[in-house]
Design a protein around this ligand. Structure first.
Ligand SMILES: [Zn+2]
Ligand SMILES: [Zn+2]
Length: 371
């Protein structure tokens, strides 16, 4: 008969904590993953587990102390699935690496218990951010706009006040761990105790999930929201509206609403950063003699001065008439590109007069080509 106390190196009067401590120490030392190919270590590991299996259980320990080892045919008791038979064990088919498990259980449960079946461990979680796509015309994007939008989002459930638990239901013992807060986990023939993932170790389930929200604590709803889009937003930029995303869970803060901006092009203005560009068609007389011309700007029409002798393609700057930079509150500039449109020369008299002008004031516009 094997002496389980000797195997674990503890005295017959050892308490459960001492037994567990001795077991952990030895299991760590002889674990097959830490001793690959070592048959002695493997055998030793089996013995340690067998000893621990019996001595950690007060009922089995009592039996053992009275009658000795129960042997391999003792059969699995409740919650000790397959632990009676150590033969034919194959480390490579034990599913998850026992290596991982031994670190998890012997070196403490470092990971959070995972949620299962809606009975997750309840801790505050921030609500999700929501993305909303908004099309704006050029002027609204440049000048800013306040508008109402319809948003689908999750709001705190009124039926359960966001708790996710049916108000009429009572707390109950966790069925997964039987209220103990810890569960046995089988890894190969090793069994480990770990925090119950169903109740997070409390052993208690808070109550039935709220029927209105299915336990989420939040319900999907559509709200009408007034949002202010600041002046100067560009195409493909995003506007963040704090706290208008999904409600948080279990007292967590709300997420944000993120508005993705799409700006349609303008028939006159082109945007380049915070500057604006436009082309201004002028007659050759306006270009030659200079003129005051009414042009559109973001703030309505303005009188624009074309200096005498302006060439086609020349860019003239109107300071501060561009788009406001939402961060610096400074305005960009408006660049006006001159485009000279020739007169119609269908009339014979027009053609003669043009030639006359050329004769009176000849000039070489291609001087700079350096012929
Ligand atoms: Zn539990
Ligand atoms: Zn609810």
């Amino acid at each position: 008969m094997k002496d389980y106390y000797e195997i674990l190196g503890v005295s017959k009067s050892a308490g459960i904590n001492e037994i567990k401590k001795a077991y952990r120490k030895l299991a760590r030392k002889y674990h097959p993953d830490l001793n690959p190919g070592d048959k002695t270590a493997e055998q030793k590991f089996k013995e340690i587990n067998e000893a621990h299996e019996t001595l950690k259980d007060p009922e089995k320990k009592k039996q053992y102390d009275l009658y000795g080892s129960l042997g391999a045919n003792a059969g699995p008791g409740p919650g000790s699935r397959g632990s009676g038979n150590f033969e034919g064990f194959d480390f490579s088919t034990s599913g998850n690496s026992p290596f991982g498990d031994i670190f998890e259980t012997i070196f403490g449960n470092m990971g959070e218990p995972r949620a299962q079946g809606g009975q997750r461990r309840r801790k505050p979680e921030r609500g999700e951010d929501l993305l909303y796509s908004m099309n704006l015309n050029f002027m609204d994007a440049a000048n800013g706009i306040e508008t109402a939008i319809q948003v689908s989002h999750r709001q705190a459930c009124t039926a359960c006040k966001g708790k996710g638990i049916d108000a009429g239901s009572k707390q109950s013992a966790c069925p997964t761990c039987g209220g103990r807060g810890r569960v046995q986990k089988q890894s190969g023939f090793m069994k480990f105790g770990s925090i119950c993932p169903n109740c997070g170790g409390s052993g208690v389930l808070p109550g039935a999930p709220c029927r209105a929200c299915g336990g989420d604590g939040r319900v999907e709803t559509t709200s009408r929201l007034r949002v202010r889009i600041p002046a100067g937003v560009d195409n493909d930029s995003k506007v963040r509206i704090a706290g208008k995303g999904n409600a948080g869970r279990d007292g967590g803060p709300e997420g944000d609403l993120i508005i993705a901006i799409h700006v349609s092009p303008h028939k006159v203005f082109r945007r380049s950063g915070h500057d604006l560009e436009m082309s201004l068609p002028v007659t050759y007389v306006e270009a030659a003699l200079g003129a005051k011309i009414e042009i559109p700007t973001l703030e309505g029409s303005a009188l624009f001065k074309v200096p005498p002798g302006t060439s086609s393609g020349q860019k003239l700057r109107l300071k501060g008439k561009g788009i406001v930079n939402p961060k610096t509150r400074e305005n960009g500039d408006l660049y006006v590109e001159i485009r000279i449109i020739p007169p119609s020369t269908k009339d014979l008299k027009v053609r003669e007069l043009l030639k006359e002008i050329e004769k009176i004031a000849p000039y070489d516009p291609r001087e700079e080509l350096g012929r």
